[in-house]
Write a protein that binds this ligand. Structure first.
Ligand SMILES: NC(=O)c1ccc[n+]([C@@H]2O[C@H](COP(=O)([O-])OP(=O)(O)OC[C@H]3O[C@@H](n4cnc5c(N)ncnc54)[C@H](O)[C@@H]3O)[C@@H](O)[C@H]2O)c1
Ligand SMILES: [Zn+2]
Ligand SMILES: [Zn+2]
Length: 361
């Protein structure tokens, strides 16, 4: 029997997030209904609500979540009723060219539920990033459910579902940060701070946090930054060079995603170092730079989608590290809120007052 539950939707461009009743179908083949325990609010949810991603309104918001499998459809054997799972937006297909070449992190045919969740009047909803977890329950593909240690706090480990994984993976997977490396991170929101935490986990020596907000810099220090630079007051490139013996950092991560921050990342890097772009630019942004600089400085210029993660490989390992006290994931939860407070949380996020607001159900 299809069920009626509460969900937070963005009905039309510019409209505030709205709590309403939605209909969840019974899971079909390969599908799973998950009772959501907690869901973080990511910048991307706000971008959906503003019409910045697609115009396929209405959206069912939310995509950084953990919950418990409530029911499974036919042909589901990877999870069972009662399993505690973190939801992911990279359920790899195993069949596309990228998967077959052994690079499933670039899979271009990732799985989502086939059936649609709807409004009470039957209008089909578009779930954010194929998840839609700002709701009591959601319908996803079985591959979007990654089993993790059930004793972990869902409000904390659900954050691995997007921004924290993106930042941590930008350092560890894409940037390949290693023991003793120097690392600089530009932009210390949830994504940048996760990159800092990842750099520390990987054994980086000098970790420089750059932001324009002193509160953010203080949080960055608590998550592992050894030095902080307020880019509003000093030249960030010069500051990074000074802190790295005049060389520049081995890996510089741009967690803002603007032409000026990317340029800073490029020039704050040591010769043959690596730049990782994890912040998401808008389509109108362009870059003009001397081509000779790309040639003569060498190194690697990379971008990172979802931290080049593989959920099945990375989520359980990171949850275990958190449970052992070796990864302070809990520090990303600034506040715990209710399902009817999402619009308010968008304003708090916009004002830069939180790393993450997490809805707890
Ligand atoms: N690549 C991915 O898979 C992926 C996944 C999730 C989010 N993201 C993107 O990562 C970016 C960061 O997300 P977030 O949730 O951390 O956002 P956020 O808004 O919480 O943090 C951004 C931080 O950058 C700082 N900042 C802004 N302009 C700056 C500048 N010129 N110099 C220095 N600091 C500056 C802000 O003060 C803030 O602390 C966004 O673009 C988001 O869309 C990417
Ligand atoms: Zn694939
Ligand atoms: Zn996200």
């Amino acid at each position: 029997m299809p069920q009626q539950v509460r969900g937070v939707i963005a009905r039309a461009k510019g409209a505030p997030a709205e709590l309403t009743m939605i209909t969840i179908p019974d899971p079909g083949p390969g599908e799973v209904v998950v009772a959501v325990s907690a869901c973080g609010i990511c910048h991307t949810d706000l971008t959906y609500r503003e019409g910045g991603i697609t115009d396929e309104f209405p959206f069912l918001l939310g995509h950084e979540a953990a919950g418990v499998v409530e029911s499974v459809g036919e042909n589901v054997d990877s999870v069972a009723v009662g399993d505690f799972v973190v939801l992911n937006w990279r359920a790899v297909c195993g069949q596309c060219r990228a998967c077959k070449r052994g690079r499933p992190q670039y899979c271009f045919d990732t799985h989502n539920a086939r059936q649609k969740m709807t409004l009470a009047d039957g209008t089909e909803l578009t779930p954010a990033l194929g998840i839609g977890a700002l709701a009591d329950k959601t319908l996803v593909h079985a591959g979007q459910c990654t089993k993790v240690d059930p004793s972990a706090d869902p409000a904390v480990v659900g954050l691995l579902g997007c921004g924290v994984m993106a930042g941590l993976g930008a350092a560890v997977n894409t940037g390949n940060v290693g023991r003793g490396d120097s690392v600089a991170v530009i932009g210390c929101g949830g994504v940048g701070d996760a990159a800092i935490m990842g750099a520390r986990l990987a054994g980086a020596g000098t970790i420089i946090a750059i932001d324009r907000d002193d509160t953010k810099l203080q949080w960055a220090r608590e998550l592992g930054a050894t030095h902080t630079v307020n880019g509003a007051n000093v030249d960030a490139v010069e500051a990074v060079r000074e802190l790295t013996g005049g060389f520049g950092a081995d890996v510089v991560i741009d967690a803002v995603g603007r032409p000026e921050t990317w340029k800073q990342a490029f020039y704050a890097r040591d010769l043959a170092g690596t730049v990782v772009l994890v912040g998401v630019p808008t389509p109108d942004m362009t870059l003009e730079m001397p081509l000779i600089d790309f040639f003569s400085r060498g190194g690697a210029l990379k971008s990172s989608w979802y931290g080049d993660c593989l959920p099945e490989r990375d989520f359980p390992m990171l949850v275990d590290l958190y449970q052992q006290g070796r990864l302070p994931l809990n520090r990303f939860v600034t506040e715990r809120i209710k399902l009817d407070e999402v619009e308010h949380a968008f304003h708090t996020m916009h004002a830069g007052e939180v790393l993450r607001s997490v809805v707890v159900l």
